[in-house]
Design a protein around this ligand. Structure first.
Ligand SMILES: [Zn+2]
Length: 444
């Protein structure tokens, strides 16, 4: 098991399947090679499971189980983000080499954590179960997207296929949380964080128009000044904060592991929601983002020349919509904050937050497998800040969870989409073992 899953991850990392919003810039040959490589590494899986192709290179496998009553979808994605050639990688990002690391021998390279490690571990779990002659108690679907990093459509297509076939997943599991070390100051135990919801990603553009003209004769209150004022007003009107239920549950589960003076406080987190919310707001931007919708002014444009007054000025706003808020409500909040009828608000991209998946039987299965393979970890629900392909699956399932069964240190988590991404060899093997256990434990 060890050799095959490690060799598979190395082989997958060596093929630079970088996705791009512009299809013309995608090396489709690399994706072709990746699919061939996957079939070479896991022959039984490819022989026995029924395959439906989705998108350009997305894969949807169906492994028929004893029952189709409670189907399960295991997700991952085959594409990766590009490598910044100026970044100081210690090892070739597309070398897939095994070298020493802070977590012991590790496979290094782009995609080891995000998300080819999951692809390799899921396939290894299935391949080894097929070898053992195992029949899953329930139908198992594997959904591997090819354009997750560019918010592509392969996952939407996979959802369409499942819907057409009348499949209502009992459990959907995608990347997201992990066995996170050093996640909480003062807590030694790693947290097994399971995303039960994710924020929605929405982008707005503020547009101000005016006469423009020669910079030697400026008029007051031109487009640029109005955009600047609008941005400042938005910054002064943050969205109301309130810690959502999964965050309060995280606090409660953390209570036995925090330094003694904090224990009673966190243990009663659900009754002290306003206090918890204030504490999170005070704890810095990362913690504050757990309590409310956030707005970041990102792109700016105005005059094309130093001596020209802009006739149009624009500001882009990237907004992460919190569970409980809606895109319509967000636009209304921004309109009120800006308080300027001359500024147009265009919705460029609209994404609602995902519904909160319940902590019932399906969650408990995930939790139980964490307890078995990672006995030192504290399993807990949480709200994910980033977006995953699994958000599309909320259209056909109430039980969508985001968790990759890998130990990740803080440094490893920071390497995702950055440089020096690496996954411990022993952690990869544990991950494959975790997926295998999950499949073995599917309820009859
Ligand atoms: Zn990812």
């Amino acid at each position: 098991m060890t050799d095959r899953v490690v060799a598979a991850l190395q082989a997958l990392v060596r093929i630079p399947t970088v996705s791009d919003r512009d299809p013309a810039r995608v090396d489709t040959g690399a994706f072709d090679r990746l699919l061939v490589e996957l079939a070479t590494c896991f022959p039984l899986l490819h022989e026995r499971l029924e395959l439906t192709r989705v998108g350009t290179h997305g894969l949807l496998f169906h492994w028929a189980g004893a029952s189709a009553e409670r189907p399960v979808v295991l997700m991952a994605h085959l594409d990766v983000v590009p490598v910044d050639t100026g970044a100081p990688w210690r090892h070739d990002p597309f070398g897939g080499e095994v070298h020493a690391s802070d977590v012991g021998p590790a496979v290094w390279g782009r995609g080891t954590l995000d998300d080819k490690g999951c692809v390799a571990a899921i396939c290894e779990a299935v391949e080894s179960l097929l070898e053992a002659g195992h029949e899953p108690a329930q139908d198992v679907w594997l959904s591997f997207g090819c354009d997750e990093e560019v918010s592509g459509t392969a996952a939407i297509e996979a959802v369409g296929v499942l819907r057409d076939r009348g499949v209502t997943p009992w459990l959907v599991l995608d990347e997201g949380g992990a066995i996170a070390g050093g996640a909480f100051p003062g807590v030694k135990a790693p947290l097994g964080v399971i995303g039960v919801t994710e924020k929605g990603t929405t982008s707005l553009e503020l547009v101000a128009e005016g006469r423009g003209g020669h910079a030697s004769t400026p008029a007051r209150n031109g487009p640029t000044a109005r955009i600047a004022r609008a941005i400042l007003r938005i910054e002064k009107s943050p969205f109301p904060a309130s810690a959502p239920a999964p965050t309060l549950e995280l606090m409660r589960r953390l209570a036995p592991h925090v330094p003694l003076p904090l224990r009673p406080f966190l243990g009663r987190a659900d009754r002290l929601a306003p206090v918890v919310t204030r504490a999170l707001l005070a704890a810095g931007p990362e913690a504050a983002a757990m309590t409310r919708t956030t707005v970041a002014a990102t792109t700016l444009s105005g005059s094309p020349a130093l001596n020209v007054i802009a006739s149009t000025a624009k500001a882009g706003l990237n907004i992460r919509v919190m569970v409980g808020d809606t895109v319509a409500g967000v636009v209304e909040h921004i309109r009120k904050a800006v308080d300027d009828d001359s500024i147009r608000i265009d919705v460029v991209e609209s994404g609602e937050p995902s519904p909160v998946s319940p902590m019932d039987e399906a969650f408990e299965l995930v939790e139980g497998c964490i307890g078995e393979v990672f006995p030192d970890a504290v399993a807990t629900p949480y709200v994910m800040m980033a977006a995953t392909d699994s958000r599309h699956f909320t259209a056909i399932s109430d039980h969508v969870y985001r968790f990759a069964p890998f130990r990740m240190t803080k440094a490893q988590r920071e390497a995702i989409h950055s440089y020096d991404e690496h996954l411990g060899v022993a952690d990869l093997v544990d991950g494959a073992r975790w997926y295998r256990l999950l499949i073995e434990r599917l309820p009859a």
